[in-house]
Design a binder for this molecule. Structure first.
Ligand code: FAD
Length: 432
């Protein structure tokens, strides 16, 4: 009796999407046929699966297909996998399935990720009727010829494209299909985290199962127009403060010494010594979660105490414009130096921390409340309430995220019990 060909769907970016049944199938199969054995080996190693791998791809599908078929006919079972997603859809697995059908070999699907279905579901376009067009031909003339008959297609159409060919393909799609609603979908299973300088962030001990986008690369020049300075989001906030000083513009001195980027400062509405970004911010340019570049005045950003609209809208700040006033460079420099000096005197800048751990509760200061409760130097593992400033949890060496969170929870409880104030964390904890 012949064996079975299993079509095993593999993750499209998030290993957590691999189903227990898919894993069991790989473990039980006699051998695995993979589009790219190097890619599949990483998946197998991750899940501790040890199985013979054979290659099956578009350049060897005729001969490899026959070999796999012979083994199936001899009673072996084979799991077919692609680099990512459901095999046999828009890949040579289609031929192998046909061969099996023609030769009476059972084929069983082990469902899971499928990029086209995920893209369709999140697109916001009609999903009731759709047409899957897969990859278009690479050759421009052939690509345009393929698009011609689709001019009158009314169903939602799904195309696949490689990132480096995207712009050309989009131009051809616009020309052939006209200006109609479209959705560009990528990294469908990969959560993204926008990271500025990371000054306010505590990452979980298990890391982050997704893509962390480092925005400090968004650098460039500060542009001046009158008393307005515009800076790219990835620029260090201190660099913008220095640019204001050199331009003889006052208003941003409060921000000197706040670690982080311009984008992070806008997102957090960072502030110190009586000033906050809200006081000087005029407008921001940002990339919306839907991929549009937009400009918004500061008044539309819901700026409040360590809060902005970006906490909920998922936008990526690209640049920020601040409105300042002409001032005496000597006085500006003196104020900046004074504030930096006060930071050095009061804050535990010699030890790693994510800044003030708790928000300032109305009517009190978090550090003073913690000190009042006798928690100066209080420890949990490598994390401790700073001896220098009780508002900071510092890493004395080897502190884990769990240590910091346990310490925070303990401090919150003690402060609440003893003073009645509920402390809310200011640091952002990123766990997934
Ligand atoms: C020693 C120390 C002192 C500090 N003192 C102060 C202080 O006086 N006042 C104060 O307000 N803060 C202070 N902080 C906290 C921190 O410096 C600020 O919150 C700062 O604004 C964070 O900027 P960042 O670039 O490091 O942002 P990150 O910490 O990387 O990110 C903060 C948040 O902003 C988001 N984000 C960052 N960039 C962008 C972007 N371009 N688009 C969209 N979202 C983005 C992130 O996703 C995250 O949610 C201090 C921190 C330390 C370590």
């Amino acid at each position: 009796m012949s064996g079975t060909l299993y079509l095993v769907a593999t993750p499209i970016g998030n290993l957590g999407d691999f189903s227990p049944r898919a894993l069991e199938t790989l473990e039980a199969a006699d051998f695995i046929a993979a589009e790219d054995t190097r890619v599949s080996l990483k998946l197998l190693n991750h899940f501790g699966v040890k199985k013979p791998l054979v290659s099956y791809h578009q350049h060897n599908q005729a001969s490899a297909g026959q070999t796999i078929l012979s083994r199936l006919l001899a009673g072996e079972s084979c799991a077919l996998v692609t680099d990512a997603g459901t095999p046999a859809v828009s890949d040579p697995g289609e031929d192998l399935v046909r061969l099996c059908a023609q030769n009476g070999v059972a084929v069983q699907a082990i469902p899971g990720c499928c990029a086209l279905v995920s893209a369709l579901a999140v697109s916001g376009l009609p999903t009731g009727r759709f047409a899957f067009e897969g990859f278009l031909p690479v050759n421009k003339k052939e690509r345009r010829a393929r698009l011609q008959p689709l001019r009158t297609e009314e169903r939602t159409m799904i195309f696949y494209e490689a990132p480096h060919k995207l712009v050309n393909t989009l131009e051809d799609l616009l020309e052939a299909l006209g200006d109609r609603p479209a959705a560009l979908c990528r990294e469908l299973a990969v959560p993204c985290y926008l990271l500025g300088n990371g000054s306010n962030i505590l990452f979980g001990d298990k890391g982050y199962a997704g893509a962390v986008i480092n925005l400090t690369g968004m650098k460039g020049e500060v542009r001046r127009k009158g008393d307005t300075l515009t800076a790219p989001a990835g620029m260090p906030l201190n660099a913008l403060c220095m640019a204001a000083l050199h331009a003889g513009l006052t208003g941003l001195e409060f921000a000197y010494g706040i670690p982080g980027t311009v984008g992070g400062a806008v997102y957090m509405n960072a502030g110190a010594y009586g000033g906050e970004m809200k006081d000087v911010l005029l407008s921001v340019r940002y990339l919306t979660a839907e991929g549009q570049i937009e400009e918004a005045p500061a008044a539309a950003l819901d700026l409040g105490y360590r809060h902005s609209i970006f906490e909920s809208n998922g936008g990526c700040i690209l640049s920020a414009a601040v409105g300042l006033a002409p001032g005496d460079p000597g006085a500006i420099a003196a104020r900046m130096n004074d504030l930096m000096g006060r930071r050095r005197d009061k804050q535990p800048l010699d030890k790693p921390s994510a800044g003030s751990t708790f928000k300032r509760p109305v009517g009190a200061f978090a550090g003073a409340l913690i000190e009042q409760c006798g928690l100066r130097g209080h420890r949990h593992g490598g994390a401790a309430i700073s001896e220098k400033h009780c508002g900071f949890v510092v890493n004395l060496g080897g502190a884990t995220c769990a240590d910091v969170l346990a310490l925070c929870a303990e401090v919150q409880k003690i402060v609440k019990d003893q003073t009645g104030f509920a402390l809310e964390k200011e640091i952002r904890v990123v766990e997934l």
